[in-house]
Design a protein around this ligand. Structure first.
Ligand code: ATP
Ligand code: MG
Length: 425
């Protein structure tokens, strides 16, 4: 089978790394890929949002399955462009991708399907928004409707800050059209966990739970990033809660979308908050998480390809996926300054030593080769150092041992990835 993976970050490197082991695979391409994916796939110089270029390539190379990493091409309609040319995609249709592309749509589906989620209002005018915030003392979370690359959610400390966020989104220039409608919702308090499932339009196959760390500094301080680390499993979600998430959240959404005539095929990612033992939905994403995919791919011990192919065709295999019982943990190494302005082009050393450690994989995010062929930093999130261990604490130790082998000028990482799971023991 010929497979094309779309995207060029750590998530796509982890997907390529796992798919490359499939006995059914004959060729693997990654567009645009990165120096890491070049080790297990053929990189193709096409941007992840060049829908026509990607479809032309897939048609020319007779690609059997295209697996889409990032949300932007899915929300922009990649699946429909491919389907019109008879090309198969693992990833939802544009209608399904609205679960991530529109927070208003997502909340409406949650309400229709009776899911537990924070009470909310949808506003297009600032006066309505300030009135709602004034009348609801708990309503302190303000979310832009559209995709905002992590800048579209403000968890406000008080009403004044919530009103400012509403004004910035509705009337400011920063987000543009993505902020012309907002969701205002009650602030929940609890522990967050992510549950991802493969969906074929009808059935779901729930993957092991994971937890990510968004804040840039230890102790969850500082501004939010695309993700500073992740681990799986997340002990906050035991088997009973996991079963309930599947039955009370994932399946109702998949059935709801099927009933609307828009069956959902691809990854359904539920961002949850566990409040007093009950799972509440914070958000849906329409793709694998980055960096959650890195530990998940390390733990996945089955041939993933038939599952992605089956989901895309509406016929997920009936057998459950096999997972390594051990835990996996990913530490993201970033350029100093990220998520603000940061430098690029710093030579990276120690990668071979890190990769030589047992049960360690280093996934590339923002790396490149410079004119002299040296591996240098080329993005904010540069590498995802991922390790397996008997439990989260052991995976954490091994991952940090590998991290310590790697260096560049201005390297930053959190030293406490997995602290909630380790603290729980
Ligand atoms: N109702 C809520 N109560 C408390 N915190 C919340 C609430 N909604 C969102 N948050 C916090 O804000 C973060 C971002 O919210 P959300 O997941 O909806 O946005 P997003 O920008 O789509 O995130 P992602 O980048 O993970 O897709 C959540 O991970 C959570 O920490
Ligand atoms: Mg999201």
């Amino acid at each position: 089978m010929k497979v094309l993976v779309v995207g060029g970050g750590g998530r796509e490197h982890a997907l390529c790394w796992r798919l490359a082991r499939s006995p059914q695979l004959t060729r693997l391409y990654c567009a645009p890929g990165n120096p890491g994916t070049a080790g297990c796939a053929t990189n193709v110089a096409l941007a992840a949002d060049d829908l026509t270029g990607l479809a032309d390539f897939a048609a020319r190379e007779a690609i059997d399955l295209t697996v889409v990493g990032p949300e932007v091409p899915l929300c922009e309609g990649l699946q429909a462009v491919f389907a019109a040319r008879g090309l198969l995609v693992f990833g939802p249709s544009p209608a399904g991708a609205r679960l991530e592309g529109s927070k208003v749509f997502a909340k409406q589906i949650m309400a229709q399907c009776g899911l537990r989620t924070a009470p909310f209002a949808v506003c297009e005018r600032l006066a309505e928004a300030t009135a709602y915030i004034g009348a609801h003392p708990g309503a302190r979370v303000v979310k832009a409707d559209g995709l905002a690359a992590g800048k579209g959610v403000v968890v406000a400390a008080d009403a004044a800050q919530a009103c400012r966020a509403a004004r910035d989104f509705l009337e400011g220039e920063v987000l543009g059209p993505a902020g012309r409608r907002i969701v205002i919702e009650e602030r929940l308090r609890g522990e967050e966990v992510s549950v991802l499932a493969l969906c074929d339009g009808e059935r779901v196959l729930t993957l092991p739970s994971c937890q990510d760390h968004k804040a840039v500094l230890d102790g969850d301080e500082g501004p939010n990033t695309g993700g500073m680390g992740a681990y799986s499993p997340a002990p906050v979600l035991g088997p009973e809660l996991q079963r309930r998430v599947e039955e009370e959240i994932l399946l109702p959404v998949v059935r709801g979308l099927a009933a609307q005539g828009t069956p959902y095929r691809g990854v359904l990612y539920a961002g949850l908050m566990i409040v007093a033992g009950e799972p509440y939905v914070l958000e849906f994403n329409c793709r694998f998480g980055d960096p959650e995919t890195q530990p998940l791919m390390l733990r996945c011990s089955a041939d993933l390809l038939p599952y992605l192919y089956g989901a895309a065709r509406g016929e997920l295999p009936r057998q459950p996926l096999q997972w390594d019982d051990r835990a996996a943990l990913c530490v993201v190494l970033t350029a100093a300054g990220y998520p603000g302005p940061y430098r690029k082009g710093q030579p990276i050393t120690g990668l071979e030593q890190a990769e030589a450690l047992a049960d360690v994989a280093v996934f590339h995010g923002g790396t490149a080769h410079d004119a002299d062929g040296r591996l240098v930093t080329a993005g904010g999130r540069v590498l995802g150092v991922t390790a397996l261990g008997e439990d989260v604490a052991a995976a954490q130790q091994r991952a940090y041992a590998a991290v310590r082998a790697i260096a560049w000028e201005g390297l930053h990482y959190r030293r406490d990835i997995g602290h909630r799971a380790v603290g729980r023991r």
